[in-house]
Write a protein that binds this ligand. Structure first.
Ligand code: SF4
Ligand code: SF4
Length: 290
């Protein structure tokens, strides 16, 4: 089971839900892994206090030019969709920070003047949070290419049990890389016009990836049915509401998970998981009938 926890914008409480869900599952005896795919700003460890005992550097392949072979024909620069290469009358200049590591320039160079090099894009830390598996990625400072690191984090998913993926905020490539292939996506939002706008983008992203999703409203108060109406209109299940509560907010600011902030949340989060299981099963049953 792979559950991605995503949000159209930052600061909605995505990590609060992801870490709370993981802890509720772990403490009720499930095998569970928490994978922090928010590689630009991982912060799940603040709530989970894991013991990490393994670190791995993650690299992507970048081109290196063999100057004695290169004829300065310009084909590699023509081909590169990311403008990572510039061929002048005297040299080939590589902008490593723009390179996506697709290998196209190496493949198409007519004289095999491009050889594979490596660029570090970040690290992965592995460990445990109690009985649960904990993995997080952290992007190298100055690197913008995060999807390969997200994919490297996802390779650590457990094959039996529940994987909770804490997605980067937004709907750009790193969020897409996280949600792609999940069994379900929890969309965390707040009941404001901005929250609604970004929720609609996140719902479109999940839908275009073919991942069923449902909504959790954080800081829920009197919002005149803003999110409720959207869910009704779009046929999205409204799975849970976390009230606008000073106790929860203060606990969060001290790195205390939702489950430890107030009594009753373990059960609420287990109910959330049961609802998700039911939705996945009905989605699969419906899919089989189609
Ligand atoms: S395609 Fe090969 S030979 Fe042509 S400029 Fe690029 S590296 Fe040099
Ligand atoms: S590996 Fe791909 S992205 Fe990088 S320079 Fe070559 S063609 Fe461009």
């Amino acid at each position: 089971m792979i559950i991605a926890v995503a949000s159209g914008k930052g600061g909605t409480g995505k990590t609060t839900v992801a870490t709370g869900l993981m802890l509720a599952l772990r403490d009720s005896g499930h095998q569970v892994a928490y994978l922090d795919c928010d590689v630009e700003e991982p912060n799940g460890h603040i709530f989970l206090e894991p013991q990490c005992n393994e670190s791995e550097d993650i690299y992507i392949e970048v081109p290196e030019i063999e100057r004695d072979k290169c004829t300065l024909c310009g084909k590699c620069a023509e081909l590169c969709a990311f403008n990572a290469l510039l061929v002048t009358s005297a040299d080939v200049i590589i902008f490593h920070e723009l390179c996506h590591g697709c290998g196209g320039c190496r493949y198409f160079c007519p004289v095999q003047a491009v050889r594979p090099g490596q660029k570090k894009i970040g690290i992965i830390d592995r460990g445990t949070a109690g009985q649960a598996v904990f993995v997080r990625g952290e992007l190298e400072v100055g690197t913008v290419l995060s999807p390969p690191l997200v994919n490297a984090v996802k390779k650590n998913q457990i094959s039996r049990g529940v994987n909770v993926l804490d997605a980067p905020p937004g709907t750009s490539c790193p969020a897409v890389a996280t949600v792609r292939g999940a069994d379900f996506c929890i969309l965390v939002t707040e009941p404001t016009p901005f929250g609604l706008h970004d929720l609609s983008l996140a719902a479109q992203m999940a839908s275009s990836l073919g991942v069923p999703c449902g909504v959790v409203v954080n800081k829920a108060g009197d919002s005149r049915g803003l999110i409720e109406n959207f869910c009704l209109q779009e046929g999205l299940p409204l799975l849970m509401k976390i009230p606008l509560s000073r106790t929860i907010a203060e606990a969060g600011s001290r790195g205390v998970p939702l489950n430890r902030a107030e009594a009753g949340w373990d059960q609420m989060l287990l109910n959330l998981y049961s609802d998700i299981e039911g939705l996945i099963m009905s989605e699969r049953a419906y899919g089989n009938q189609r």
